[in-house]
Design a protein around this ligand. Sequence first.
Ligand SMILES: Cc1cc2nc3c(=O)[nH]c(=O)nc-3n(C[C@H](O)[C@H](O)[C@H](O)COP(=O)(O)OP(=O)(O)OC[C@H]3O[C@@H](n4cnc5c(N)ncnc54)[C@H](O)[C@@H]3O)c2cc1C
Length: 287
Amino acid sequence: MRAPDDENLFIAGTVPDALAALASHGVGAMPFAGGTWIMRAPIRREPQAAFYVSLDRIPELSAVDIAIDRIRIGACVTHSRLAAQLAEVEPCHGLVTAAGSAANPAIRGMATVGGNLSTWDFPAADLPPALLCLDAEVELATTDGRQRLPFERFLATRRELRPGTLLTGVTIPRRPVRTAHARLPLRKAGDYPVAIVSLAILLDRNGAVEDASVAVGSVESTARRWPELERKLVGHPLDPETARVLAEAELGAFTGRDGVEAPGWYRLQVLPALMRRAVDAALRSQS
Ligand SMILES: Cc1cc2nc3c(=O)[nH]c(=O)nc-3n(C[C@H](O)[C@H](O)[C@H](O)COP(=O)(O)OP(=O)(O)OC[C@H]3O[C@@H](n4cnc5c(N)ncnc54)[C@H](O)[C@@H]3O)c2cc1C
């Protein structure tokens, strides 16, 4: 694929400019963020868009705002910047691990949060399970206005979003939870993880689990929570080996997807060990 040129590229300076450009070029137009996914469209045998609207000069989309009660991440923040800026910020340990271990350094330096969340046909994405555990909200903008969606709802509906919709940012409430992200990449799978476990755990003053969010990525076509396991964790001390055994007993909740890099059964088989690793990392993280 050739890079977009002046003829088929508009560099937007504001969100309204970007929305107007997308609207005026209709269904043939597409947002262009880091370009890491778009530039590989021919490998996936996907057609090139007729027109691209570049988002990376929009200041609002490149900001990370850290407040006492919430964190807002602009859609054009790259994976490397996210990992660097939130490295010492709680409850972001899991999210930082997700952003800092996805793909490879070159891709992380260009690939954006908005681009990652908008590639709905990429099951192995790292950010969705990490954000699911954090009760994140997604901000969307169209020429009709802006709205916020709970992250779970966004994942369920993102495929049907109206053409020309822009993801403008993600907001995370700050809660005193311990978070972690464990992934299993396989060499033959390139840089993609074959299975991912993310979690956010609230411990009570006695060290027992008061609230648990566990999300699984890459095993099915879209990341999703694991409520059967979450319920089993609540009320008990957080322990890596116990979590592994509980995860093993609840594997029936998922149907592993077969892919060129790994069969579905294998994705399920590695989940208990990933759960143990994630709990171990969560216990070592701050809350
Ligand atoms: C070699 C390789 C390895 C990878 N490994 C991993 C991995 O291990 N883990 C992982 O999570 N990901 C991985 N990825 C995927 C990578 O994270 C995505 O390519 C990247 O996040 C896409 O972001 P981008 O900014 O480059 O998006 P772009 O390529 O610019 O856009 C991708 C899609 O999103 C749309 N889009 C972009 N921004 C917006 C927005 N703000 N609003 C609406 N639509 C938008 C575009 O129109 C396009 O359809 C890998 C990619 C490559 C190439």
